[in-house]
Structure formats: structure tokens, C-alpha cells
Write a protein that binds this ligand. Structure first.
Ligand code: ZN
Length: 249
């Protein structure tokens, strides 16, 4: 068995390993629909909660202002009520009464707004608690889905590790020059470095090989690459011959 034939056979097997690695990695990067849906639902729920919390914060800010105003009007009212006891004529009395009316109204308005805000925030805080409380149940219901996916990801990771080890072993059996060529192609050709010739054409780019080139691929005395896509070419029968030869050794 010549070295080119031997290296070609190993490269084809190596390509199969890299294909399986790519499939496993792709699966690992693509969570199932159920998991993605769940993840999105969690994000949405979180966003809703944050929105409510933001509303509570806004109301709290206004509450601080309203409480301050309420205090101020209370002091104002006390002040005018003391004045009322010290007036000396009708004109002063009318003026103080008018101030008292005004302050009373303002105080009532502030108190009413304060109560309103307190009620709204009370309801919102209760809603937040309820939503938070409901989450563990929902999460438990979806736990199986998430766990199954996590397990699958671990499985795929272990698979990739195993395949990589296998690939490294194969690579060590290939002539360094050919191996380097294969690895360069693997990187530049989106993970596919070799192509089988089917009915005289490159199976990947469908370029029809000239008869002379087909013969050279069949003879297997040198590494031949596709003239169009530059991948390493081989024929199915060549690889099969190597398999038989390997088995008979
Ligand atoms: Zn090609």
C-alpha cells in the first residue's frame, strides 16, 4: 500500500470525525424550541417585574414630595389658627379665615394624594410578591425541560471530547505535510477538506474532472485537489481497497 493511499484513507476517516464534531457542536449551540421559549418567557416575566418595580419607585418619589407638602401645610394651618386667636379687627379676621380655608384645602389635597399613592403602591407591592411567589411553581414545572437540555449539552460535550481524541490519534498517522494541508483546508473550506469523486465530478462543487485528472485520482500516487473548490479528491473504491488491505494485515 502506498503512502498517499494510506493517508487519503485516514483523511477520509478524519473528515467523518470532524463532521460528527461539527454536528455535535451545532446541536449544543441550538437549544430546543421548548428551552428557548422558556428562556424568553423568563426574560419577559423579569422585564414585567422590573416595570412594576419602576412604577413603585416613581410613586415613592412622589410620595416623599407629597408627605413633605402635607407637613408644610399642617404647620401653615397651625400658624393661622394661632393668628386667628390674636386678630384685633374684622378685616384681619376675614383675612386669617381665608388663609385657613386655603391651607385646609391644600392639606386635604395633599393627604388625599398621599393616601391614593399609598394604596396604589400597596397593590403593586402585593402584585410583585405574588408574581415572585408564583415563579418557583412555574420553574418546577419546567425544570425537567431545562435539566434534560443541560444533560444533553454535557453528553454532547463528552462526545466532542471523545471525537477530538480520536481525531488526534488518526492525525498522528498521517504524513505531516498532508496533515497540514488537510487542516488548512478544513479551516478555509467551512469544515470540509475532502471530496469524493462521483461519476467523474467533485461531489461538493460538482465540477466535472477532466479524464486525465480522474485517472490521477484513481491511481492514488499523489494528493489531487479539485480545480474549482481545491478540496482533496478521492474515489470511493480507493478507500475501500485500503479498508480491505488494513483488515487483511
Ligand atoms: Zn470541488
Amino acid at each position: 500500500m502506498n503512502n498517499v493511499r494510506h493517508d487519503l484513507a485516514l483523511m477520509v476517516r478524519l473528515q467523518e470525525l470532524y463532521d460528527r464534531i461539527a454536528v455535535a457542536i451545532r446541536e449544543r449551540q441550538t437549544p430546543p424550541h421548548e428551552v428557548r421559549k422558556l428562556h424568553q418567557a423568563n426574560l419577559d416575566r423579569q422585564a414585567e417585574l422590573e416595570k412594576i418595580e419602576q412604577q413603585v419607585q416613581t410613586h415613592d418619589d412622589e410620595l416623599k414630595e407629597v408627605r413633605k407638602k402635607e407637613e408644610e401645610w399642617k404647620l401653615e394651618l397651625e400658624h393661622f389658627q394661632r393668628q386667628k386667636g390674636m386678630v384685633t379687627n374684622e378685616r384681619e379676621f376675614t383675612a386669617v379665615i381665608s388663609e385657613i380655608d386655603y391651607a385646609t384645602k391644600a392639606l386635604e389635597e395633599a393627604a388625599s394624594r398621599r393616601r391614593e399613592l399609598e394604596d396604589i403602591n400597596g397593590a403593586l407591592v402585593a402584585e410583585i410578591e405574588e408574581r415572585r411567589g408564583a415563579r418557583p411553581e412555574e420553574e418546577a414545572a419546567h425544570k425537567d425541560v431545562v435539566e434534560a437540555w443541560e444533560n444533553r449539552k454535557q453528553e454532547l460535550m463528552a462526545q466532542v471530547h471523545g471525537l477530538v481524541t480520536e481525531a488526534k490519534n488518526l492525525e498522528s498517522g498521517i504524513d505531516p505535510k498532508n496533515r497540514a494541508r488537510f487542516m488548512r483546508l478544513l479551516e478555509s473550506k467551512k469544515g470540509t477538506a475532502v471530496a469524493v469523486v462521483v461519476e467523474g465530478s467533485c461531489s461538493l462543487c460538482h465540477f466535472a474532472l477532466r479524464p486525465h485528472l480522474q485517472q490521477r485520482v484513481r491511481r492514488c500516487e499523489e494528493i489531487i485537489t479539485c480545480e474549482t473548490c481545491h478540496r482533496i479528491l478521492y474515489m470511493e473504491e480507493t478507500i475501500n481497497e485500503v479498508d480491505t488491505a488494513t483488515e487483511s494485515v
